[in-house]
Design a binder for this molecule. Structure first.
Ligand SMILES: [Zn+2]
Length: 302
């Protein structure tokens, strides 16, 4: 969880510069945890994390400096933790904030894709901060945002995928889950939200993982090669020993006699090494050719 917490702590400090983006991020908190009460008497944003409640308050004060607000801390009924509520007090202000949250510019009204990409980033950041988590990349690549509200899940899903990402939706214990599993896509989303430290951390883990995989592949490959070499050497030695049962090696053509002796005396030498023991040295394929001749002779001996 530490990775997720660190990522959120980092994002909690990101305050968008543009007013449009501040409204967009606030609207994410409002979609997940916001209510207009008593026919518009007051408006609440609530959260269980003080850090995020504080960010909501900062954004509300920044966007609507004239509005009267109150921060309430209450103990949640069925839970041990406390609820932090940012309340907009006056009915006229509550209505105004509600309208601002609702009347944003959409690229696609039906799917509620925000028109500006700067605002889309801010919205997704709000959604992730409010109701998301990201798994420690050392374990697995997984980022999710959950909600029990169908329309909100759809909105998050479409705004993420408007960046060319491939988020998916599933359900878990009555919640809808918008999630990403692809490391590249998670990195892209962290980047879009402004979680640069988290992004670097994930990339580092990824590099180490990738290197380890490559080393493992290399080791497997080397082992396979070594086995092949040993197998070939065994076959060559068997051939020479069989020939020796039928004749003296000195009865062979001198070039073959020479390589046969070297092979027996140096069972672990590679073909290249055997070639260098001959004077003048010969190539690996030259050695191989001579050894193949020996194998042929041994086979002909029945
Ligand atoms: Zn914007």
């Amino acid at each position: 969880m530490a990775f997720s917490k660190d990522t959120k702590r980092e994002l909690a400090r990101v305050i968008p510069e543009e007013r449009c983006c501040r409204i967009a991020e606030l609207s994410a908190y409002y979609d997940f945890n916001g209510y207009l009460f008593g026919g518009g008497k007051y408006l609440d944003f609530y959260h269980f994390t003080p850090l995020i409640a504080r960010k909501i308050l900062t954004l509300v004060k920044g966007v609507f400096p004239e509005v009267q607000t109150q921060l309430l801390v209450q103990r949640a009924r069925a839970r041990k933790n406390q609820v932090y509520t940012v309340r907009v007090l006056q009915p006229v202000d509550a209505r105004m904030v509600h309208e601002a949250m609702r009347s944003q510019e959409y690229l696609d009204q039906e799917r509620e894709i925000l028109a500006l990409s700067c605002c889309r980033k801010a919205y997704v950041r709000g959604a992730f901060l409010g109701h998301g988590s990201v798994t420690n990349p050392k374990k697995t690549y997984h980022l999710e945002i959950f909600t029990e509200k169908y329309e909100v899940a759809q909105k998050v899903y479409h705004n993420i995928n408007a960046f060319g990402l491939e988020a998916k939706i599933t359900t878990r214990k009555g919640d809808l889950l918008v999630y990403l599993k692809d490391a590249d896509h998670i990195v892209t989303l962290l980047n879009l939200m402004g979680a640069y430290n988290a992004l670097m951390q994930l990339e580092n883990v990824r590099i180490v993982k990738d290197m380890r995989n490559r080393v493992n592949r290399l080791v497997n490959c080397e082992t396979a090669n070594v086995e092949k070499t040993i197998q070939a050497a065994v076959e060559q030695i068997d051939a020479v020993e069989k020939i020796q049962k039928h004749m003296s090696l000195s009865d062979l053509p001198p070039k073959l006699a020479e390589i046969a002796t070297l092979r027996i005396e140096n069972p672990y030498a590679t073909l290249k090494e055997l070639g260098q023991m001959i004077n003048p040295p010969i190539s690996k394929s030259g050695v191989n050719y001579r050894l193949q001749q020996l194998i042929k002779i041994s086979k002909s001996l029945g």
